[in-house]
Write a new protein. Structure first.
Lengths: 285, 245
């Protein structure tokens, strides 16, 4: 009986008996790449039980709906845009980065949750899943944001929708993505020990939209309010992002260092707890 | 070869299963892990497979080890058998097309391939999980007490696949049945009292395993063992222990 052998890691020189360090590294790397690509294929194939495009489109619709509703509301109240000429652009530059944070922090819980941990082959490690979800999420979010801002430019005729400083835009979004990633890891690990957190966090995350300044300019707040809003790292990220579109956007509450530090601290704590709670999960089974 | 170094393991509620275990397990032979109920053979197998992580100590795997035969937790019930097989093939570095072809032509699963797993019968899923284990190429295959599902025709196929695979690769079979060890293995590790010893032939291992205080004298001890791993009966066992003392 001939059994499949090709392309396998089994039976490779170095996989048996005496192992040179270089071979061990090679085999480990190859196995890591195998796991990563296999997961990428599978996760990209289906999303929310739907086909690829439909599942991702569904996730992208949410920020669009928020921008549209607030836009309609503000127009009905015949309010002028809080800053700049285009109301939709101002709302978009707030809502998209905030949703990048919210959706990242929600999505990253998936690969780390208790049930997912159980339903895996032993070769799949939590961090493999984390990386795959992060990569897919950043690609899909970038696509939705690009569609919105390009759409505003082409069909809305808003020239400012193309950032005059694209590097700042990318840096701000990437920082918010990191913050979302760190928050997601931290929350997922917290939910392993306190399961109800999985229900509480989405509510907090969605409510945080209103505290992160999508429809007001932070600099125009009174100093005492500004202090409290300034504690929210997402607010700083949003202002950072707006600097890419509005050359003279006020500098208040744009502390790059603060956002990065919060992200870094949460990231470190999250990963430490992740490793620390693995055995706890195994024993719960 | 697998090198186990200073391995200690215990579940939160219960006595330690291993303490400071050192062991070298060949991965190119057919190895039995012999042990009574509660001696930790399944735990050891899970630790080797990487399903559980040791409390302390390390396990150095110098071979490409399989998951325990018939492992189903990696499957997605909403995906078809083909999708699951291809995923497993990719993740373990095999050629997905070759794996699917083998499953449909040699394992005769072609009628079930396109169905989501949740629409298939439990027996079919179990059969699939064992056949997939043999289909994927590994250096060493791990099994917990059985080498195939109970249905006679699939079991017969699994026995043939076991023979084919173990001709080239190693196997590790955890069992407490001497008959199985004799039938499918050439050498053995005997577990007992938190320690383990390797024997070069099955006969030597069975001599020690059979003469170990197993059936009669250890009955009370065995009950205590069971109780230690199962907190609900702990009280009862303690009472029993007190009575026998």
């Amino acid at each position: 009986m001939t059994t499949p052998t090709s392309g396998a890691l089994a039976g490779q020189p170095g996989s048996e008996g005496g192992v040179s360090p270089w071979n061990a590294v090679r085999v480990a790397l190859r196995s890591q790449i195998n796991v990563f690509t296999a997961l990428l294929y599978r996760e990209a194939e289906t999303r929310h039980g739907q086909s690829f495009a439909l599942g991702y489109a569904a996730a992208g619709v949410e920020p669009l709906v928020i921008v549209a509703t607030i836009g309609v509301l503000f127009s009905a109240l015949s309010r002028t845009p809080p800053y700049g000429h285009s109301l939709l652009l101002f709302l978009g530059t707030g809502v998209f980065p905030i949703y990048l944070f919210i959706h990242t922090s929600l999505r990253i819980r998936q690969p780390l949750n208790t049930l997912a941990h159980r339903n895996r082959f032993p070769i799949e490690r939590p961090l493999d899943h984390l990386m795959v979800h992060a990569v897919l999420h950043i690609v899909s979010s970038a696509a939705v944001a690009a569609l919105f801002f390009l759409g505003l430019y082409w069909f809305g005729g808003v020239e400012a929708a193309i950032p005059y400083d694209p590097l700042t835009a990318i840096m701000a979004l990437f920082t918010l993505f990191l913050l979302g990633l760190a928050t997601g890891i931290f929350n997922a690990v917290l939910a392993r020990v306190v399961p109800v957190w999985d229900i509480v966090w989405p509510a907090i995350a969605r409510a945080s939209l209103h505290f992160s300044g999508p429809y007001f300019v932070a600099a125009y707040l009174t100093p005492s309010h500004r202090f409290w809003f300034g504690l929210n790292p997402v607010m700083h990220g949003v202002n950072w992002f707006r600097h890419a579109f509005y050359p003279f956007y006020p500098q208040a509450l744009t502390d790059h260092f603060y956002v990065l530090m919060v992200a870094l601290v949460l990231f470190t704590l999250g990963l430490l707890f992740e490793v620390g709670t693995r055995r706890y999960l195994e024993e719960k089974e | 070869m697998i090198r186990v170094d200073g391995l200690s393991h215990a579940y939160a509620k219960g006595r330690p299963i291993f303490s400071e275990l050192d062991l070298i397990i060949p991965t190119n032979r057919r190895v039995a892990i012999l042990g009574g109920t509660g001696s930790g053979k399944t735990t050891l197998l899970n630790l080797l497979a990487g399903i559980e992580s040791p409390q302390s100590g390390r396990i150095e795997r110098n071979a490409h080890l399989s998951f325990p035969g018939g492992f189903q937790r990696g499957f997605r019930q909403t995906s078809t058998m083909r999708q699951n097989a291809m995923f497993a093939a990719r993740i373990y570095g095999a050629d997905p097309d070759e794996v699917v072809e083998f499953l449909s032509e040699v394992c005769l699963m072609q009628d079930e391939l396109e169905f989501p797993l949740r629409e298939l019968s439990v027996q079919t899923r179990i059969a699939f999980s064992y056949l997939l284990t043999y289909t994927l190429p590994f250096d060493c295959y791990l099994f917990d007490n059985v080498i195939g599902p109970p249905q006679p025709e699939v079991r017969e196929l699994c026995a043939r696949l076991y023979a084919a695979r173990s001709a080239e690769a190693g196997t590790i079979l955890a069992t407490r049945q001497p008959r199985l060890a004799e039938q499918y293995c050439d050498c053995a590790i005997v577990l007992g009292q938190g320690g383990a010893r390797f024997y070069d032939t099955i006969a030597d291992a069975l001599a020690v395993f059979d003469s170990a205080p197993q059936p009669a004298a250890a009955a009370a001890g065995e009950a205590a063992d069971e109780a230690a791993t199962n907190p609900e009966t702990q009280g009862a066992a303690l009472a029993e222990g007190a009575a026998s003392a």
